[in-house]
Design a protein. Structure first.
Length: 308
């Protein structure tokens, strides 16, 4: 039994026990794959699948082998990464997923890291938090920076809460909705048309939090447009369509001189962001060093080491 046979076996299981489909995924013909499966069964002296006509059903020993094979393959891959780290030092491609508002704060971290490790390049994926969670599970990205609230699989991922930031109302300068000062009460937003940022997939995030806050204050917001892209939201605000509710720092990063912001003084609304990475696995030095840019990561790492 070798790693290749285990990879083949895992692929068959993950393709709904379909050898033909697994062969396509592995880019090999079906007869050699069937032969490898039979060879694995012969070596172990057990049936991994029961054959019901053309359909394969995983046996109890097959289910056990599948679970252990996943763990063995993870350990094998982690070992390769650890050895390569020791040999090559810090270089390669770092894949980072970022959602919503934090995408405007990430460039500063990347610039700082690149100055220290110039051989590292970056692959940045911007999407909503739920999709990034899926990409992290699939191994498509190594780090995710997501907006909360959202359901996080904390058996698979470690999570560090980043700073909480309050919200402001952003609107065009000299707007008819601006009362003349730098603050606004949440109830006064009731009659102002709003353009809100909304996740592409699933529920949660600032959109649902804003709707819930409106309910607490006894009104239904006048939403005239929604977008999953904060830049598009601000473009619509700049065009005079309405106002938007965003984290306080957004205007500084966007540098739109025709907009202004009013601090919302009487709300518990805040933007909470979290840093996610794989748990209970070897973290390559490349990823670890980037995570060390976040003070919050260092606290979580220390706590996890103390509990082991």
């Amino acid at each position: 039994m070798d790693i290749r046979q285990l990879r083949y076996f895992i692929t068959i299981v993950e393709q709904n026990n379909n050898v033909t489909q697994a062969a396509k995924v592995l880019n090999i013909s079906q007869p050699p794959l069937s032969q490898q499966l039979k060879s694995l069964e012969d070596q172990l002296g057990i049936m991994l699948f029961e054959r019901h006509g053309k359909k394969l059903v995983l046996t109890l020993p097959g289910k056990l082998l599948y679970q252990r094979s996943l763990a063995l393959l993870d350990h094998y891959n982690d070992t390769i990464m650890e050895v390569q780290d020791a040999k090559e030092g810090l270089k390669g491609v770092l894949s980072i997923g970022v959602s919503g508002f934090y995408s405007y704060m990430l460039p500063e971290k990347i610039k700082r890291f690149h100055e220290i490790y110039p051989q590292v390049t970056f692959r940045i994926i911007q999407s909503d938090a739920n999709r990034l969670h899926s990409l992290l599970e699939q191994g498509e990205i190594e780090i995710a920076i997501v907006n909360l609230p959202m359901a996080v699989n904390q058996t698979k991922f470690s999570m560090a809460h980043l700073s909480n930031i309050g919200f402001s109302l952003f609107l065009p300068k000299n707007s008819i909705w601006q009362i003349g000062n730098d603050t606004i009460h949440f109830k006064d937003i009731e009659n102002i048309p709003l353009i809100l940022s909304k996740r592409e997939e699933g529920k949660g995030g600032s959109y649902d939090a804003i709707l819930e806050e409106c309910r607490k204050f006894g009104f239904t917001p006048k939403i005239v447009a929604e977008s999953n892209d904060p830049q598009s939201v601000f473009s619509l605000v700049d065009a005079g369509l309405g106002a938007t509710i965003m984290p306080d720092y957004m205007l500084d990063f966007l540098n739109i001189g025709t907009l202004t912001s009013l601090k919302i003084t009487d709300t518990t609304l805040f933007n909470e962001t979290a840093l996610l990475w794989s748990k209970n696995r070897y973290v390559p030095k490349l990823i670890e060093q980037f995570l060390f840019l976040f003070d919050e990561y260092q606290s979580v790492e220390k706590d996890e080491k103390e509990t082991k």
